[in-house]
Design a protein around this ligand. Structure first.
Ligand code: FAD
Length: 302
């Protein structure tokens, strides 16, 4: 069996595996897609100590560092089940079962897509998902935020300080964000809120140049010219495969304590799949390190 088996090969999983392997213990990583969401990122400017990098480049250097430590890397393998017997068992899609004394779950998350024409086409060409990451790219420009929940309204408030104008589009007749956020939003001079509207299409040529939406009560289609659209309709953790083994929140996020431990002894979790706030590369790497040290601490006590 492994001492530490990491499920997920994004920044959280890679960091966890490196921290574990540096303790001289038997470490493996199972990853469906090594590098995770970082593969899909164009420019990264908030990974401290690296002024600018690009997703695939950062993934390559993470992988190079992982390889230094003799970690068993099992790529393009999906975990489908977790069980606890004498060891913790991870079943893979191909039927194989891996055994380990501890497991660190770092299966990440994915942004929910609107699913309208133009969204995929203009991803990284005006369509963005992370205001902390990409907000500054739209300084002085006009943008829209799709989604009027807490994350959408927070994004709009954040962006309003950077861009020229923000339009918020909410499908429901009312915003769903907390009242205090709505008050703050409505106090801003460069924000327009459209409620009861359905996003129809993201338009453009080589890059995004506008958004079309349907006014749901009149059925009328309208179009706004702008340079950026931030999609904020939810971040979905990749945790369905855990069913009811590990405790998760209503949103599906794995509940962890300050040591990265879950409710199951020996099972830890890190990164975007957990209930820790703010989903960023640097944060997920930090939580991966925490979970690995938590797992090591568990191993020397049991
Ligand atoms: P992920 O990166 O999601 O990795 C999850 C890993 O688990 C992957 O290897 C995946 O294949 C694997 N996996 C999932 N399910 C299974 C399974 N069942 N079995 C086996 N493996 C599985 N953050 C920043 O700090 N700066 C930025 O500029 C930035 N830009 C971004 C741009 C985009 C377009 C996106 C989508 C995100 C961006 N982020 C950025 C956020 C950042 O990428 C994430 O916070 C970070 O990647 C989370 O790391 P993670 O390891 O927790 O999860």
């Amino acid at each position: 069996p492994y001492d530490v088996l990491v499920v997920g090969g994004g920044p959280a999983g890679a960091s966890a595996a490196i921290y574990a392997a540096r303790k001289g213990i038997r470490t493996g990583i199972v990853a469906d897609r090594f590098g995770g969401q970082v593969n899909d990122t164009l420019g990264i400017e908030n990974f401290i100590s690296v002024k600018y990098t690009e997703g695939p480049k950062l993934v390559a250097s993470i992988e190079e560092q992982v390889k230094e430590y003799g970690i068993d890397v099992m790529k393009t393998q999906r975990a489908t089940r977790l069980d606890k017997n004498d060891f913790i068992e991870i079943e893979l899609e191909n039927g194989a079962v891996l055994k380990s004394k501890t497991v660190i779950i770092s299966t990440g998350a994915r942004w929910r897509n609107i699913g309208v024409p133009g969204e995929t086409e203009f991803k990284n060409k005006g369509v963005a998902y992370c205001p902390h990451c990409d907000g500054p790219l739209f300084a002085g420009k006009d943008v829209a935020v799709v989604g009027g929940g807490n994350s959408g309204v927070e994004a709009a408030i954040d962006l309003a300080g950077i861009v020229r104008h923000v339009t918020v589009l909410e499908f429901a007749p009312e915003l769903k964000a907390d009242a205090v956020l709505q008050d703050r939003l409505y106090s801003l001079p460069n924000v327009t809120v459209l409620k009861n509207v359905q996003t129809k299409e993201l338009t453009g040529t080589d890059k995004l140049n506008g958004i079309s939406y349907i006014e749901r009560d009149s059925g009328e289609v309208k179009h706004i010219e702008l340079q950026g659209v931030f999609v904020q309709i939810g971040l979905v953790p990749n945790t369905d495969w855990l069913a009811d083994t590990v405790e998760r929140t209503r949103m599906g996020e794995i509940v962890v304590n300050s040591h990265g431990a879950t409710n199951i002894p020996g099972v830890f979790a890190a990164g975007d799949c957990t209930n820790s706030p703010y989903k960023q590369i640097i944060i997920s790497m930090g939580s991966g390190a925490t979970a690995a040290l938590g797992a090591f601490d568990y191993l020397i006590r049991n």
